[in-house]
Design a protein around this ligand. Structure first.
Ligand SMILES: Nc1ncnc2c1ncn2[C@@H]1O[C@H](COP(=O)(O)OP(=O)(O)OP(=O)(O)O)[C@@H](O)[C@H]1O
Ligand SMILES: O=P(O)(O)OC[C@H]1O[C@H](OP(=O)(O)OP(=O)(O)O)[C@H](O)[C@@H]1O
Ligand SMILES: O=C(O)c1cccnc1
Length: 483
């Protein structure tokens, strides 16, 4: 999909608010929004931030086409022609900061910060959340799978089960960021340069008179990359013996068969038996691939059972993040222009978790210089000097003040980097390979207790005393107003 056609990829209420602001004359007022999520997905200890490349493409191409304008005019008679004329001229002129893709990220810290007129900042909310929430979710799921698969080969096979084409393609990219090695989706391969891999389907075997013939024909056509699916009839009695025969024929031509794929039955038992048969035939180099509704739990269990599987094809469970199919990232107003001056703003809620943290904030990752490990993420206002100077920092939990800790001798790594400044893109999009590399480095900066899949330790995300006090003050002001 062309990014320039995405201007209407927004909720109607955004356009209505833009219109009402325009009618009211308030559309040029400045605003600052921050995106964050409140709860980590899958009970994981971290999330893997993804979606920025798509966001950059979207913002760069954000224009209303003639067709968009005509559609809006037809949709709402209320929209005045002069408003539609303004939309025709629309270009995003704001400033965006975001975490780099592949960053490990945590609840309640800004991942993207958008500054600009209320007109433009309101418009982009829906699409930004759509891209960030999906891609971050899939990258996080993929990261959990990578954790259990270690150095085995991981192939993303999800396209047929993905929630439509964009999800398949951007999901394949998110999985690759988090450590998958390849995708079966050729368009994702072409678009992003992700390595592609594939075996063959049951239909390949079924269309021939025999499994043996099917294997031979396939190996003849693709002698340098053949992985044969051995479970169409009977894995151990027919599939593996036929695959061994084909491998021997290839050997006679000086070629090596790549592997076999198991796609049903007890994958632990079958892989152990198949490995024995292959080894006995001297085919130590032939790899075993497994697929069939795999996820991090089945892979972990199969490994615990001693399965002899070298490579995993993972589809449905990954691409649909089936155990938690959405990430609840939100986009909240934290500062507004009032009488020509910027001031913090808060949203109060009956649910304490939903009370926002006012003011435009920076996020620093506090990294202990001695160990090189991350200690906490620290949110403070742009004018707060402490972390920038490397001064002694107090990390405290406002709800449990005795849980405090002082840190010094640290590096404060700014996590929100400038992407657009006054509408100009200032961020050079990294290559996918360097994003993967950066993600690996990120993982190495965390102690294992934050990374483990089951019951991970909670990593600290702290706010400065000043941020906390402002939040309390705005809550108190609000209560006074209510009296
Ligand atoms: N040894 C094992 N331990 C735990 N889970 C396994 C083991 N072997 C296979 N599985 C998983 O169990 C599930 C089996 O699903 P299912 O019963 O649908 O497969 P099947 O009947 O073998 O094959 P088919 O897909 O042809 O129906 C899959 O998710 C598979 O990955
Ligand atoms: O199981 P997933 O993790 O989604 O991996 C992709 C699956 O897609 C293919 O089968 P297909 O879906 O065509 O049929 P099947 O599942 O009935 O074998 C393949 O054989 C895998 O089993
Ligand atoms: O290449 C494969 O084996 C493959 C690709 C997509 C889905 N299932 C299997």
């Amino acid at each position: 999909m062309e990014s320039s056609t995405l201007a209407l990829h927004t909720d109607k209420y955004q356009i209505n608010m833009m219109y009402a602001h325009w009618i009211n004359g308030s559309h040029e007022r400045k605003a600052v929004f921050e995106t964050y999520f409140r709860k980590l997905p899958f009970g994981n200890g971290y999330a893997v931030f993804a979606g920025l490349e798509r966001i950059v493409e979207y913002v760069r191409g954000l224009r209303f086409t003639e067709a968009d304008i005509a559609y809006l005019a037809k949709q709402e008679e209320d929209y005045a022609p002069a408003f539609l004329e303004l939309l025709k001229q629309f270009k995003f002129r704001g400033t965006i900061h975001a975490m780099p893709e592949g960053s490990l990220v945590f609840p309640n810290e800004p991942l993207i910060r958008v500054e600009g007129t209320i007109f433009e900042t309101q418009l982009v909310e829906t699409a930004l959340l759509n891209f960030m929430n999906y891609q971050t979710l899939i990258a996080t799921k993929a990261s959990r799978i990578k954790q259990v698969a270690w150095n085995d080969v991981l192939m993303e096979f999800g396209t047929r089960r993905a929630q439509e084409a964009d999800a398949a393609i951007w999901g394949a990219r998110a999985a690759y960021i988090a450590g998958f090695d390849a995708t079966s989706n050729m368009l994702a391969g072409e678009k992003f340069g992700i390595p592609t891999k594939g075996t063959h389907a049951h239909s390949w075997v079924q269309i021939f008179g025999s499994e043996k013939e099917a294997f031979e024909v396939y190996a003849k056509a693709l002698p340098d990359q053949v992985t044969l699916l051995v479970d169409t009839f009977d894995t151990l009695k027919s599939g593996v013996p036929h695959a061994i025969q084909t491998a021997k024929h290839l050997e006679a031509q000086g070629k090596r068969m790549g592997g076999i794929r198991l796609d049903s039955g007890d994958l632990a038992y079958l892989s152990i038996e198949a490995r024995k048969m292959l080894d006995e035939a001297g085919l130590h180099y032939v790899k075993i691939t497994a697929s069939n509704d795999l996820d991090e739990n089945t892979i972990f269990n199969l490994k615990a059972q001693g399965a002899k599987i070298d490579s995993w094809g993972v589809g449905t469970q990954l691409i649909t993040a089936s155990d938690q199919p959405s990430l609840g990232g939100v986009y909240k107003l934290v500062e507004r222009e009032m009488n020509g001056k910027m001031e913090p703003t808060i949203k109060i809620s009956g649910n304490p978790e939903k009370v926002t943290t006012p003011g435009k904030k920076d996020v620093f990752r506090i990294v202990d210089r001695q160990s090189g490990k991350a200690v906490a993420d620290y949110m403070c206002f742009p004018n707060e000097e402490e972390p920038r100077r490397g001064g002694r920092l107090r990390l405290f939990n406002p709800l449990h003040p005795y849980l405090q800790k002082y840190v010094q001798n640290y590096d404060a790594v700014p996590m929100l980097v400038p992407i657009f400044v006054n509408g100009e893109q200032v961020y050079e999009l990294p290559t996918l390979e360097s994003i993967r590399e950066y993600h690996k480095q990120q993982l190495s900066m965390f102690w294992p207790q934050y990374l483990r899949k089951l019951n991970p330790e909670i990593y600290r995300v702290n706010m400065s005393q000043t941020v906390w006090e402002l939040k309390q003050k705005l809550i108190a002001d609000h209560l006074k107003e209510e009296e």
